[in-house]
Design a protein around this ligand. Structure first.
Ligand code: SAM
Ligand code: SF4
Length: 323
């Protein structure tokens, strides 16, 4: 369906948990303020909401978290989601630590793609950013490689930080062997992230252009998201940049978010949302839930306010929202 500004909303990010086995500095450095299990939507509740979202024209679903693969039976849930009427695409965003053991199951479930978050291949730096142990960056990369070999399209997501800038070229070189696109993401001032220094995609592109002199923008469409892509004749993969903070892409925003506690969020930047769990658990009909979702989509704000941090009202971390 279209929102009040005429934007086609066809993409839902579904957070299945707020828990995570990492402690990324820009997301949940001190762990989550855990909500009780009873407040997290059960898979059958999530499937019901996704089915209703599909009836409103949402065709693409991203399963996220917290760490989605840390929730038991997540891959089975994704398979069920993929089989719902109207669902065209189901993809996963994961930190990759538990991915290696799930590759066959993901392929069998019909998952259409996996985004693996890997900010750097420099192991000590990766451990410092995420709280992972030594060797984990290689383990994550190996899991991404296993996915690509199993025929599942893979992208690497890298949040830009001052200490990862020196590793952007080697990350792209490694990803190109799979091949997997790498998307460099500006850190957004959500939750504890505000305390870390900001690096723009321009800084990353300068480093990359110094290495691949012919790097040029391409109009290729390579996903559902806001990334702009660049290509070089020397690369099979593409380099994407997500400049949410320095530029913004709200006029073309196609997405809404469902938190693991069942709140439908029309914009990342603001705390406003619709408590679908309360409506669902009060015995509402599908029609009432559909109406509540449609009203939430209709009220989607025109743009985020990351440029003026004081205006942002969202206080939760990305692990609660799903990125
Ligand atoms: N745990 C999974 C992962 O890391 O891919 C899924 C959830 S995580 C919240 C989803 C995405 O949000 C990841 O790619 C992560 O790097 C990104 N992210 C988290 N905090 C962020 C922030 N403050 N700014 C930009 N991206 C962020
Ligand atoms: Fe966990 Fe993902 Fe947040 Fe890192 S970004 S702490 S892996 S939820």
């Amino acid at each position: 369906m279209r929102d009040a500004l005429g934007r086609e909303i066809d993409y839902l990010r579904v957070s299945v948990t707020d828990r995570c086995n990492l402690r990324c500095r820009y997301c949940m450095p001190h762990g989550a303020t855990l909500v009780s299990h009873a407040d997290i939507l059960r898979y059958e509740e999530l499937l019901r909401l996704c089915r209703i979202a599909a009836s409103l024209g949402v065709t693409k679903f991203k399963v996220t978290g917290g760490e989605p693969l840390a929730r038991r039976d997540c891959v089975e849930f994704m398979g069920q989601l993929k089989r719902l009427p109207g669902v065209e695409q189901v993809t996963l965003t994961t930190n990759g630590l538990l991915l290696g053991e799930q590759v066959d199951a993901l392929r069998d479930a019909g998952v259409d793609g996996v985004n693996v978050s890997l900010d750097t291949l420099e192991d000590a730096c990766y451990a410092q950013i995420t709280g992972a142990k030594s060797g984990d960056s290689r383990r994550v990369f190996a899991a991404a490689q296993a996915c690509a070999e199993a025929g599942i399209p893979v992208k690497l997501n890298a949040v830009l930080l001052p200490e990862t800038l020196s590793g952007v070229v080697s990350l792209v070189e490694a990803a190109n062997t799979l091949p997997a696109d790498v998307r460099f993401i500006e850190r957004m001032p959500i939750g504890p992230a505000g305390a870390t220094a900001q690096v723009t995609v321009i800084e990353a592109l300068c480093r990359l252009r110094a290495h691949w002199g012919d790097l040029a923008p391409t109009r290729e469409r390579r996903g559902n998201g806001p990334a702009h892509y660049y290509r070089s004749a020397a690369l099979r993969a593409r380099i994407g940049v997500i400049d949410a903070v320095s530029h913004g892409f709200c006029s073309a925003c196609n997405r809404i978010r469902l938190t693991s506690t069942g709140e439908l969020k029309p914009c990342l930047c603001y705390e406003d949302g619709t408590d679908l769990r309360q409506i669902l658990r009060s015995g509402a009909t599908d029609g009432a839930l559909r109406e509540a979702m449609a009203a939430c989509i209709a009220q989607k704000p025109p743009h985020h306010c990351f440029g003026e941090e004081a205006a942002a009202t969202e206080r939760r971390g990305m692990n609660e929202i799903g990125g």
